[in-house]
Design a protein around this ligand. Structure first.
Ligand code: PLP
Length: 395
């Protein structure tokens, strides 16, 4: 009998972390690999945030804090929701965790019973289905077409709802496609959700600040009838280039917030005290660099999308947010190229051209691959040239 639990056997390690690790290993072995697999900004954490952390250490903020976040950080989060999203929360409707990832994990651990269904629009962030499975729930994957901009339509949402549906996950801007839901799109999904009173909504807003072309970010808790059933998750990792600091947060129904705290109290206790102090500065301090960095990302997005669409056999939508694109490689999967799947496509691309990307099937939609353009323009130029040559040599 295996020592490993049955629940752990239900899940797999994160495929995006696996690709990043493989690229790291190849680089260490002397190969000139360009990694376009990682989901983190290449920018450094802004200086004012680093200084706040240094001050916190010097002041002795190095002890346990309240399990689900310091009051000062929670207040900064309350203020953020009010000023940026026009959402009113009290401090006891807010929780802070070790990254958005822990907040989502705790949410499912705290709320799912065996057989409860969670609607997950695909392509999805790789961790959602596995977290649901680990918590004993059932992921209900709804494939979203390229023709619909990879977004969930009201019709598809309606079809996916059953008596067992407990949660719907919405992630906008999205990892892996960059697709971002407009206010009108969210409103039309809301009509169905307002009628289905038992469903809760987990809104993953982690890429809120990385949007382009004057996109107006809108989050589903702003629909007043749904606020009391929505848990809005966000964090500092992507917006403030703080992936290593591990601070994420959520606001929503007190009952769920309390349950998340209970799990945290028996697992990790509080998120790092020093990181919490840094997150206070991130939220309360200057927001100037958010715009300049979004500008830099936009230039990269435009370059990547344009270059990809010049390649015969590749098609790529131009998304409004995040730092990913999700091009189709379907036309290159045929007898002539001897490639059958997107996984084979990305494996050969890494093997022959030293560019690491992640296959679409890892995100629940086959025939695509994800490029993260959170790397220098220089790297992107080299990588796109390699991808172009690779595809030319295939056909
Ligand atoms: N949600 C999405 C869609 C993500 O892409 C990520 C990170 O890759 C997270 C949540 C978790 O972010 P973190 O745990 O770094 O705060």
């Amino acid at each position: 009998m295996s020592i490993i639990s049955n629940s752990l056997k239900r899940i797999k390690p994160s495929p995006t972390i696996a690709v990043t690790q493989k690229a790291r290993e190849l680089k260490a072995a002397g190969k000139n690999v360009i990694g376009l697999g990682a989901g983190e900004p290449d920018f450094d954490t802004p200086n004012n945030i680093k200084q706040a952390a240094i001050e916190a250490i010097n002041k002795g903020d190095t002890k346990y804090t309240a399990v689900d976040g310091t009051p000062i950080l929670k207040q900064a989060i309350v203020n953020k929701f009010k000023s940026e999203n026009n959402l009113e929360y009290s401090i006891d409707e807010v929780t802070v965790g070790t990254g958005g990832k822990q907040v989502i994990y705790n949410t499912f651990m705290a709320t799912l019973n065996k057989g409860d269904e969670v609607i997950i629009p695909a392509p999805y962030w790789v961790s959602y289905p596995d977290m649901v499975l680990l918590a004993g729930g059932k992921p209900k994957i709804v494939k979203c077409n390229e023709n619909d901009g990879f977004k969930l339509t009201p019709k598809n949402l309606k079809k996916a709802i059953t008596k067992k549906t407990k949660w719907l996950i919405l992630n906008s801007p999205s990892n892996p496609t960059g697709a971002s839901y407009t206010k009108e799109e969210i409103k039309s999904l809301s009509k169905i959700l307002i009628r289905n009173k038992k469903i809760h909504i987990l809104s993953d807003d982690i890429y809120e600040h990385i949007t382009y072309d004057n996109f107006n970010f809108f989050t589903i808790a702003q629909i007043s009838e749904l606020k009391e059933r929505t848990l809005t998750m966000n964090g500092v990792s992507k917006s403030y280039a703080m992936t290593g600091w591990r601070i994420g947060y959520a606001a929503g129904p007190k009952e769920i917030i309390k349950a998340i705290g209970k799990i945290q109290s028996q697992s990790t206790s509080n998120p790092s005290s020093v990181s919490q102090a840094a997150a206070v500065e991130a939220l309360n301090g200057t927001q100037e660099f958010i715009e300049t960095r979004a500008e830099a990302f936009k230039k990269r997005r435009d370059f990547v999308v344009e270059s990809l669409n010049k390649i015969k056999g590749i098609n790529c939508l131009k998304p409004n947010g995040a730092f990913y694109v999700f091009p189709s490689c379907k036309q290159l999967l045929n007898k002539k190229t001897k490639l059958k799947t997107d996984k084979e496509f990305v494996e050969k691309l890494l093997e022959h051209s030293n560019v690491a990307v992640v296959q679409g099937s890892a995100f629940g939609l086959e025939g695509y691959f994800r490029i993260s353009y959170a790397t220098s323009m220089e790297n992107l130029k080299k990588a796109l040239e390699r991808i172009s040559n690779f595809c030319k040599n295939l056909s």
